[in-house]
Design a protein around this ligand. Structure first.
Ligand code: ADP
Ligand code: DP6
Ligand code: CO
Length: 333
């Protein structure tokens, strides 16, 4: 049984992205339109693999993550997303979604980005929705804002846009970038990105300044990418991350994602720069730190930071993609 022009099942793979200019705040929660544009690097590691299979007999969607049946908010987030897909496809059919994250879930390593980029890609194939990158990016955005950027390979800009049609991510020319991911804590954060960002928008006295300065940082970052100016890209990245965490900490009640170990990594990276190694820190909504480097410096920086947690050198990764049916059967999520 199939819906629209789709097939009964599809498997997609997507990678997380780490923002260099952060998305932190929505101007429209329903349409998931961001308060400002953002820019990120899609990674070549920590993939999510998601299989979606129609179940013509089911009354509800099912969602299994890392082999565990999900309920509550995780299930309803997937199901609400599929409601939107069904509405567009004109299909009543429920689905079984089986996903595997290679990154820890909800720990600030962008599992919602790879997760909803993979789900949007698999669901569009199965329910017969448009599969061009801009359409996939717009759809992925509705599941998680940052997922709009994981549709795109390498460096991606997510345009704030004027509305639903124009708020999607696309590739940006940039110098070759790599990151050293320092995993200091794999546990799920106490406050999700969605809740914390809502709280910042509602209560931080710095929020208005944050939104304006993000637009400025993005314009500067795009210029630095065009000019292939790694130093400028790195400086903007680190300053912008610290600004975002300042806004998050200034919410009421305050939220703090960075742990003492995260801060120690930021300090160690400053020390590396003083020794002439160009590295710059950033962290999304969690304690784990991503250190931006030139690809050639990744092994040395990984070695220097190994004492702080698990380190992994990663590069620019591919956009979200369907797996061929044969590969999908072999690579069970
Ligand atoms: P992260 O820093 O990992 O992106 P978030 O708080 O933004 O943390 O999002 C975590 C939530 O994203 C999970 O609780 C779950 O609802 C959703 N999520 C994570 N991985 C997947 C996946 N593979 N498929 C669908 N939803 C996912
Ligand atoms: C700190 O995309 O996870 O990683 O749109 O509510 O799902 P929702 O939030 P999410 O927020 C990401 C926040 C960030 C910065 C970024 O990725 O740009
Ligand atoms: Co997220």
């Amino acid at each position: 049984m199939s819906a629209g022009d789709g097939a009964a099942a599809a498997t997609a793979r997507a990678h997380p992205n780490i923002a260099l200019v952060k998305y932190w705040g929505k101007r429209d929660e329903e349409l998931m339109l961001p308060a400002a544009g953002s820019l990120s690097l899609t990674l070549d590691a920590f993939a999510t693999t998601t299989e979606l299979r129609l179940d013509p007999d089911a009354a509800e969607d099912r969602f299994e993550l890392n082999g565990e049946p999900q309920s509550g908010e995780r299930l309803s987030r997937v199901s609400r997303f599929l409601d939107l897909v069904r509405e567009r496809a004109g299909s009543p059919l429920r689905a079984v979604v089986r996903s595997r994250n290679e990154a820890p879930t909800g720990a600030g390593l962008a599992s919602s980005a790879s997760g909803f980029a993979a789900l949007a890609t698999a669901a569009s194939a199965v329910y017969g929705l448009p599969q061009d990158p801009a359409s996939l990016s717009r759809l992925a955005r509705r599941g998680s804002g940052s997922a709009a950027r994981s549709i795109v390979p390498g460096v991606a800009v997510w345009h704030a846009g004027d509305g639903d049609d124009s708020s999607f991510a696309e590739a940006v020319d940039a110098p070759e970038l790599a990151m050293v991911i320092v995993t200091v804590d794999e546990r799920q954060k106490a406050v999700s990105s969605r809740e914390a960002m809502r709280l910042s928008a509602r209560t931080s006295p710095f929020y208005a300044g944050w939104v304006t300065s993000t637009e400025e940082s993005l314009a500067e970052m795009l210029q630095a990418c065009r000019e292939r100016d790694f130093t400028r890209i790195g400086r903007i990245t680190e300053s912008h991350a610290l600004r975002m965490h300042a806004v998050i900490q200034s919410s009421e009640p305050p939220v703090r994602y960075l742990s003492p170990t995260s801060i120690a990594v930021f300090d160690a990276v400053v020390a590396l720069r003083e020794r002439g190694v160009e590295a710059y820190s950033t962290a999304d909504a969690g304690p784990n730190v991503a250190v931006l480097v030139r690809p050639g410096d990744a092994p040395a920086v990984a070695e220097a930071l190994a004492g702080f947690g698990r380190v992994r050198a990663v590069g620019a990764g591919p956009g979200a993609a369907l797996l061929p049916a044969d590969a999908a059967r072999g690579g069970e999520p």
